[in-house]
Design a protein around this ligand. Structure first.
Ligand code: PPS
Length: 362
């Protein structure tokens, strides 16, 4: 007993060493784990650095992708297209496209904006353009330059879909065209950004606009009563939003204070319906894109009464725009329509002069 009390058993003597080794093991494992975590963060932040780094030269197409690189972009695009054609149909995934998963894809500020006009056909144009493999477009309207400017460009960029180098990033917010503060703000983002305006007969546009407002505003006064300050005197209320938006020349003037006409492309809203492939051809040229969207992509849907897509982006199904596009307009007295045509006539002529295009609105 005395002997056993004086000399502890062998495993007791080893215990401190065992505990030490155990601690060492735990420490090593933690260190390894830490290193692995840091490694993956490193990779992630590398991926993010392109998207989240502060704005600088070449961050968005204004300098890098659009300004100097039309030729270079085409080469890159063709290379990508070759790759794509090998596995067509595999592009789309739950995120919208394979680009979203490509580590080289990054969120960039837009290279092109559809700035107007409300009810001109902006949704149709955007949906059609999305068919192009070199276009990445935001589906919703971000209203950054008119409503959310205080959120800053980092927020704006975070809204954009991921895009590969050479792809054109776009968004549409039709209110930009008429919001007075927008041209200066867009210019501050990029002086090279390409601008697209879909225009439509301002009288039809006003009725379409009112039809939409009326659908959301039960008990709204009639179009006829809202359109005039004094109907018996024939005094049109040009500040009433559905009519104000149609003063295209006036709005365009504000944009021309910041951008040359060559940087603004006008889409004929009527022809976008009667011949979408023609208008899409012109838009693709303007954006420096290969003409990929052609008449093969469209069919006329008799029920809808509008052109629809044979296949929507990322789907094999035919696709028409929703119920709020192409709806039946409210009836407006012919005499009021005549007055509005007279009212718009000088404004339209000025718009034709400024753009060098005759839209032939009555
Ligand atoms: N393919 C096709 N399908 C359906 N609708 C088409 C199409 N192409 C152009 N349009 C016209 O687009 C008009 C709606 O314009 P917007 O998309 O600019 O409206 S909005 O400002 O975004 O609310 C919409 O106006 P309304 O007809 O007055 O509803 C259409 O005339």
């Amino acid at each position: 007993m005395a002997g056993s009390r004086g000399a502890p058993p062998e495993h007791w003597r080893l215990a401190p060493r065992l505990v030490g080794m155990l601690w060492l093991g735990v420490a090593c494992a933690s260190l390894l784990c830490l290193l692995r975590c840091c490694g993956s963060e490193g990779t992630q932040s590398f991926g993010l650095s392109r998207a989240e780094a502060p704005l600088g030269e070449g961050q968005y197409g204004g300098t890098e992708a659009m300004g100097d690189a039309d030729g270079r972009m085409m080469v890159r695009r063709r290379r990508r297209r070759k790759k794509r054609s090998a596995g067509d149909g595999e592009d789309a995934d739950a995120d919208g496209s394979a680009e979203e998963k490509d580590w080289r894809a990054a969120r960039r500020l837009p290279h092109a904006l559809i700035i107007g006009v409300k009810k001109g056909g902006t949704r149709a144009l955007l949906e059609f353009l999305r068919l192009h493999p070199d276009v990445r477009a935001l589906g919703s309207e971000p209203h950054f330059f008119d409503r959310h400017y205080a959120r800053g460009l980092t927020w704006y960029r975070s809204m954009m879909p991921k895009a590969l180098d050479g792809q054109i990033v776009m968004e549409k917010t039709p209110r930009y065209f008429v919001a007075a503060e927008t041209p200066a703000r867009v210019h501050a983002m990029s002086r090279d950004v390409k601008l697209i305006v879909v225009v439509r007969d301002p009288v039809t546009r006003a009725i379409s606009d009112y039809t939409q407002i009326a659908s959301k505003t039960p008990g709204i006064a009639s179009f006829e009563s809202l359109a005039f300050k004094n109907r018996s005197l024939g005094l049109v209320d040009s500040l009433w939003s559905p009519l104000y938006i149609g003063l295209y020349a006036q709005h365009l003037e504000r944009w021309l204070a910041y951008f040359p006409l060559s940087q603004i492309h006008f889409v004929n809203g009527e022809r976008l319906i009667s011949d979408p492939a023609f208008e899409l051809g012109r838009v693709q040229d303007f954006l420096g894109l290969e003409r990929i969207i052609t008449d093969k992509h469209f069919y006329f849907n008799k029920t809808k009464g509008f052109p629809c897509l044979k296949k929507a982006e990322g789907s094999a199904e035919p696709h028409c725009l929703g119920k709020t596009k192409g709806r039946t307009h409210v009836c407006v007295e012919p005499e009021v329509i005549r007055s509005l045509r007279l009212f718009y006539h000088p404004h339209n002529l000025r718009f034709y002069q400024m753009t060098g295009m005759d839209f032939e609105w009555k």
